[in-house]
Design a protein around this ligand. Sequence first.
Ligand code: CAO
Length: 424
Amino acid sequence: MTALDGVRILDFTHVQSGPTCTQLLAWLGADVIKVERPGVGDITRGQLRDLPDADSLYFTMLNSNKRSLTLDTKNPEGKKVLEKLIGSCDVMVENFAPGALDRMGFSWDRIQEINPRIILASIKGFGPGPYEDCKVYENVAQCTGGAASTTGFRDGPPLVTGAQIGDSGTGLHLALGIVAALYHRTNTGRGQRVTAAMQDGVLNLCRVKLRDQQRLEHGPLKEYSQYGEGVPFDDTVPRAGNDSGGGQPGWILKCKGWETDPNAYVYFITQAPVWEKICDVIGKPEWKSDPDYATAPARLPRLKEVFDTIEAWTMTKDKFEVMEICNANDIPCGPILSMKELAEEPSLRATGTVVEVDHPTRGKYLTVGNPIKLSDSPTEVVRSPLLGEHSEEILRGVLGFDDETLEQVRSSGAIGEARREAAE
Ligand code: CAO
């Protein structure tokens, strides 16, 4: 039995943020019914295509383990089907632009009227306030949630990060809210609204920078390398390059081969409890008793020199040798792994974190599996559905439609033409 066995999700999500949420719920065992516009589907099916006529990796990697139903919810017959689905599902998830669900005729009041037990979960770019009506994409959220202003180097422009903290991060927040609301419902019998704004999600993930904003009022941020370089702070948290965000200073250092390999680097942390071991490993045993280097506070003003010296050692080894030597000495560090290295890493395949699946139109592809491991409810990743692949199965199986009702809905144009043949 899966963890979310018996939970049925009406999935009105598209692009990335919402689909990551419902994919997580599907991986945890919920029955996720993805509703898509007939003939069109989620816009990502056709975006960034690597193969002509096959669903893109963008889509396939965000929609595993779901069923696809095509339904025109602006068609009167389609609206009736949607009402029935709302009545039969436990959770409805959506990340339309603000107001779109209301315009479709499905306000929260109306949804509750149809099914008081349902949970309505939404992602929007912003919470209530000046920007509540705005459409938002990933990088807008990174910029408005504090990530971009604190990412990059001090002398360069703000930077966005490759980690999709605005979309996938908010999807993850929403999934947690949904699971909590389901738990609440088992005690109260009532559904509720769950909302997660992308700006809020990003800020939550950038909380250490809000911490530093307040610390600035009481003096310079001594663990930022600009402190050691004598560059004064102004009244806002600066970009800190590769400085560690925590209490143990770290930096990215070159390893052997850096001249030609853009990922021949290691993240090295000068964790205070293992400082003496670091001194021995890098060939600076004299630092152990030198008052300028022996303690963490003494090292703060000279971090650049410390890391330059450690780098002179890391440059004599490749990144995996550095990892091996440091780990044997309890020194925390991590090689910069490329996507190619991650895709080929056998241990990630063994744990199901990277999975190869087969798809009827695109063949085999790699996807990220469930990063959350439950001992009694393991996830088996199933390929993403073709557009409308399960329309008939859902209308018959979930709503109990017979041949005649199905034909009536089909002839109204509400569900379009299913692409069952491609799956056969
Ligand atoms: N049948 C009929 N109509 C449908 C439908 C269906 N099955 N599914 C969607 N639609 C309609 C919607 O009702 C909406 O119509 P109206 O504009 O007439 O109300 C229309 O499709 C477009 O929906 P949208 O406004 O959500 O889509 P968009 O492409 O214009 O905007 C996005 C995309 C992502 C910017 C916007 O949805 C948004 O801001 N979402 C909230 C924040 C978010 O999740 N962003 C992350 C996206 S990933 O980077």
